[in-house]
Ligand binder design. Structure first.
Ligand code: PRP
Ligand code: URA
Length: 209
């Protein structure tokens, strides 16, 4: 069974509250999302494996630690996931970036994919899939299915706000994928928007509504 990690550091909660406010501008919304992505990155990379390395410091030779194991790939679900990439890249600047284009049908709320481009060695990388909103879970589940088709076996989902419905669906469909979120909200409304949520993340990032 996958684990749901609530990353509720006070700084993250404070910034997320600012983002939820409908009067927050697109500029501030983007900056806050970027900052939260970086703060969440500390938690999501906590279990990266380390190996010993010999280093000559100015004082002596020492056995020290460096990150080992699989390399990372950050994969945003377009559009809104793009807003979380730079924050993570500041922590792991050598990570490769894949892109998955998806939009939800406004009536059925079913996801439709329109773009898929991964680094060539994706199956050897640990993937962090990023999207601010985990609502019905349809987009994340389909994205993970597509990534797994490349042979990739280590995927983690990072979102900002999750709905219980989306967490349940993702855990049932992909029990091997852990979820990191800054908030677990109450429910979905009749339009499959998260309540209280923050509205349409893509529109708020890009000012398209
Ligand atoms: C939003 C969001 C997720 C999806 C979540 O994208 O960024 O990708 O909805 O909903 P779900 O869990 O019910 O699938 P949207 O379809 O609005 O596309 P956009 O980012 O291009 O605006
Ligand atoms: N997509 C969003 O951007 N917001 C929601 O609340 C649900 C899906």
């Amino acid at each position: 069974m996958s684990t749901f990690h609530l990353v509720d550091h006070p700084l993250i909660q404070h910034k997320l509250t600012l983002m939820r406010d409908k009067n927050t501008s697109s500029k501030d919304f983007r900056e806050l999302l970027d900052e939260i992505a970086m703060l969440m990155g500390y938690e999501i990379t906590r279990d990266l494996p380390l190996e010993d390395v010999e280093v000559e410091t100015p004082i002596c030779r020492a056995t020290l630690k460096r990150i080992s194991g699989k390399k990372l790939a950050i994969v945003p679900i377009l559009r809104a996931g793009l807003g979380m990439v730079d924050g993570l890249l500041r922590l792991v600047p050598v990570a490769r970036i894949g892109h998955i284009g998806m939009y939800r049908d406004p009536d059925t709320h079913e996801p439709h994919d329109y773009y898929f481009k991964m680094p060539p060695d994706i199956k050897n990388r640990q993937v962090i899939l990023v999207d601010p909103m985990l609502a019905t879970g349809g987009s994340a589940c389909d994205a993970i299915t597509r990534i797994k088709q490349t042979g990739c076996t280590h995927i983690t989902m990072m979102c900002l706000v999750a709905a219980p419905e989306g967490v349940k669906k993702l855990q049932e469909m992909h029990p091997d994928v852990d979820i990191y979120a800054a908030a677990l909200d109450e429910r979905l409304n009749e339009h499959a928007y998260i309540v209280p949520g923050l509205g349409d993340a893509g529109d708020r990032i890009y000012g398209t509504k």
